[in-house]
Design a protein around this ligand. Structure first.
Ligand code: MLT
Length: 270
């Protein structure tokens, strides 16, 4: 892992490959290890950088009671500066997709392409917000064990291997309880961002697992419909964690998206 000092908060990231910078943002309550296969598969096309968002993984613990998507987006912009990348290919899964959409709203000119994987542009419903409140109380009282079991079952498709289930469990159980609570609050507060998609003129790729029940195909289709020009890839044999469950299909979709950017970029292009 490498460390970037963001105004006194250490943000950790892993990188592999050379070329224009692509930044990968993980889901909730996970970390950059969910992208290991993608970094390996795409290292010949991009300098692939997977960040641990503040509070997560090997990044510093933080005292903020709310981890806002916009704050994470500002961190991604600062990391891109640190990497010397004016423009990036941004890839986000689920909560990482919420962060990517916040980034697209704040810094549209800094995007070369945008990949939204197993995510949604809609805001939380009242029911989802209430569920997040209950989850925050449960994880604080009971610890992460039950949440890890529940999320591993809920997020992976029926064909996920034991090894992938084990990695999911490690990520959830490795996430600080206060980070989980603050991230739940941050996700609750995020607005819908269909309008952001409708304004973006860069290539947008929407990817979803055919067996994703957390952010189903219908939500992916809503994003494609809202975007000016987006492509939809439905990935076979995958639930919500497509980059781990069917890595080759996701890497192929990203390679196709990046090829649409028109050129492979120059080092000064990030
Ligand atoms: C995730 O995978 O990041 C979560 O399912 C996002 C969410 O809870 O909305």
């Amino acid at each position: 892992m490498e460390i970037f000092d963001r105004d006194g908060t250490a943000l950790a990231y892993r990188q592999l490959g050379t070329g224009p910078v692509a930044v990968f943002v993980h889901g909730f309550p996970l970390d950059s290890t969910m992208w290991l296969e993608q970094l390996e598969l795409l290292r010949d096309r991009r300098r692939c950088v997977a960040v641990d968002l503040r509070g997560f993984g090997s990044s510093d613990a933080v005292a903020e009671p709310v981890l806002a998507m916009e704050q994470h987006a500002e961190d991604v912009a600062a990391l891109s500066d640190h990497l010397g990348a004016e423009r990036i290919d941004l890839v986000g899964l689920s909560m990482g997709g919420y962060v990517a959409l916040a980034f697209a709203e704040l810094f549209p000119q800094r995007l070369r392409t945008l990949a939204l994987i197993d995510t949604r542009a809609a805001a939380d419903s009242e029911g989802t917000r209430a569920g997040r409140d209950m989850m925050a109380v449960r994880v604080t009282v009971q610890g992460r064990g039950p949440l890890a079991v529940e999320m591993t079952e809920a997020l992976l498709g029926p064909t996920a291997s034991l090894h992938i289930k084990a990695r999911m469990r490690t990520m959830v159980e490795g996430t600080r309880v206060e980070t989980i609570v603050a991230a739940l609050e941050g996700m609750k507060q995020r607005p819908a961002r269909f309008d952001v998609l409708s304004r973006l003129s860069i290539p947008v790729g929407v990817v979803v697992g055919e067996d994703d029940t957390a952010t189903p195909v219908s939500e992916a289709e809503e994003m494609v419909d809202a975007a000016l020009a987006a492509t939809l890839t439905i990935v076979e044999a995958a639930g919500h964690m497509t980059p781990m469950e069917n890595p080759t299909a996701v890497a192929d979709a990203l390679a196709r998206l990046w090829a649409q950017a028109g050129h492979e970029g120059s080092p000064s292009d990030g």
